[in-house]
Design a protein around this ligand. Structure first.
Ligand SMILES: NC(=O)c1ccc[n+]([C@@H]2O[C@H](COP(=O)([O-])OP(=O)(O)OC[C@H]3O[C@@H](n4cnc5c(N)ncnc54)[C@H](O)[C@@H]3O)[C@@H](O)[C@H]2O)c1
Length: 459
């Protein structure tokens, strides 16, 4: 299951041979650990025109354990609470470059984005971060502004493909009144929690501003994770428990002993249940009734039953649609109608790159995972109240039991066909889910974020 190539290519000899033969040279991605936060990393912030977003952005970055620098009139200043101090160190490296482009109004203004990033592009550390903030094109008043803000998606995706070296690049569209809701998103994207998230379009809108204890944002929250006994679900459960949640692990009866063991480790609870059982929504509703309601629901359980379409039987078609899609909507339906999700609650779904790009041999799976995107989209727009949100992750190639079953040649292609030249780990999906789950992520609703290392497949 492990990607031995990344280890080999990071060693002295491996590096030399890979370079000589023109083989992919993935860097070992840096991942978050509570002991090693971003202390001491340099982050440069700039913007086109003084916008409300830029003002809030300064405050947000200043509040993080990083060294904040600003670019004004081509001069870099160290920003501190007491004012700005000029710096002339032309060799200084940066962990993060963050640019507020929300003030751009036409195609001429786009040059400001080039002008900010170009001189510093080579000065980004390995596993660094690039973030562009822009105006959500759907909220722009005129065509020039809408198309200019939209065009930045092409910019960040190309930059991510050029940057490589584990550098992640994103665009965050924010509504003009939503700047106060950026905090959890900027923090996640600048941290090593977003190691395998790149080339993503994230939308933040105005919502209630919720303050949390940064180290334990999920304190006193009850979180359900389906398919929790192994793989990605296990990692999600561990991360939510790390962040302070009381985690309820759900899986099918044959996984009971794994569930029991993990529940003990995480001081959590567990339920053995098939989510496709007719009474599943009711069981989860009654459980919520006894425990004060759900704060977080993670629909992670999923299966594959791959066959080329000519061999696709009704049985395997229906099994996949029922586990991956229909059962999740039925559970949401009952829990929302019976008000068993607390206010500012979170529903988080797991789609897949296959649901975005399609995949030969996976018509049933891809249908179910695109359906998840449809479920998130409709629910976000029409079915929520009380500050409850719904979002999804769409993992690319993640090293788990599921992907270990893929034939070697296809598995190797899946691993390398992305800007990071490697597969992701379950923790990468889990950290992304924990960012959605954070109570201060109230401004995120209806997002589909790929955890795919900027895969070459799909839009
Ligand atoms: N591994 C990847 O690369 C990848 C990529 C994209 C999406 N995903 C998605 O991520 C999720 C987790 O994948 P994984 O790789 O950890 O898979 P996995 O097979 O390792 O784990 C899935 C878990 O779901 C449980 N489950 C299956 N059917 C269930 C049911 N009816 N009721 C309750 N539990 C059930 C299984 O027992 C298992 O513990 C799935 O939704 C999968 O489609 C995975």
């Amino acid at each position: 299951m492990a990607d031995k190539y990344v280890n080999w290519v990071s060693s002295g000899t491996g590096k030399k041979i890979a370079k000589k033969l023109g083989l992919p040279q993935p860097v070992k991605l840096k991942r978050y650990s509570p002991e090693k936060v971003n202390v001491g990393l340099n982050v440069l912030v700039g913007g086109f025109k003084n916008t409300p977003v830029l003002e809030t952005l300064y405050k947000t970055v200043l509040d993080l354990p990083v060294n904040t620098f600003v670019l004004e009139d081509n001069q870099v200043f160290r920003k501190g609470l007491g004012g700005n101090t000029p710096t002339n160190d032309e060799k200084m490296k940066f962990h993060g470059l963050v640019f507020d482009a929300s003030g751009i109004q036409n195609t001429q203004d786009l040059q400001s984005v080039r002008d900010f990033f170009n001189p510093f592009f080579r000065r980004i550390n390995e596993c660094g971060r690039i973030i562009v903030l822009a105006r959500d094109p759907d909220t722009c008043e005129d065509i020039e502004s809408a198309m200019s803000n939209r065009s930045l998606v092409g910019f960040i995706k190309s930059l991510g493909k050029e940057a490589r070296r584990g550098i992640a690049v994103q665009i965050v569209y924010v509504t003009p009144d939503g700047a106060e809701n950026l905090q959890s998103t900027i923090e996640f994207l600048l941290s090593y929690k977003s190691a395998y998230v790149s080339g993503q379009v994230i939308k933040v809108h105005k919502a209630e501003v919720v303050k949390v204890d940064r180290k334990k944002p999920l304190t006193n929250k009850l979180a359900l994770v389906t398919g929790a006994s192994r793989g990605i679900g296990k990692s999600i459960s561990e991360v939510l428990a790390r962040d302070g949640a009381k985690v309820v692990l759900l899986d099918i009866e044959p996984q009971r002993s794994a569930l029991e063991k993990l529940a003990k480790e995480l001081d959590g609870l567990y339920i053995t249940l098939d989510i496709t059982a007719e009474n599943a929504p009711q069981v989860l509703s009654e459980f919520a009734e006894e425990h004060g309601g759900w704060d977080v629901i993670v629909h992670n359980a999923g299966i594959t039953k791959d066959k080329m379409f000519v061999n696709m039987t009704p049985e395997i078609w229906n099994q996949v649609i029922n586990v991956n899609l229909a059962s999740q909507q039925k559970i949401n339906d009952v829990l929302l109608k019976e008000k068993k999700i607390n206010s500012n609650g979170r529903i988080i779904c797991v789609s897949s790159i296959a649901g975005i790009a399609g995949n030969a041999g996976q018509t049933n799976y891809a249908t179910s995972k695109t359906g998840v995107i449809g479920m998130v989209d409709y629910t976000a727009k029409h079915l929520l109240s009380d500050g409850i949100t719904i979002n999804a992750v769409a993992p690319g190639f993640i090293e788990t039991d599921m992907t270990a079953k893929i034939p070697l040649g296809i598995r190797e292609a899946g691993r390398r066909l992305n800007a990071m030249s490697q597969g992701g780990l379950p923790i990468d999906v889990a950290e992304t889910i924990a960012w959605y789950a954070n109570p201060s992520s109230s401004g995120l609703n209806g997002n589909i974020v790929r955890v795919c290392g900027l895969m070459m497949l799909g839009a």
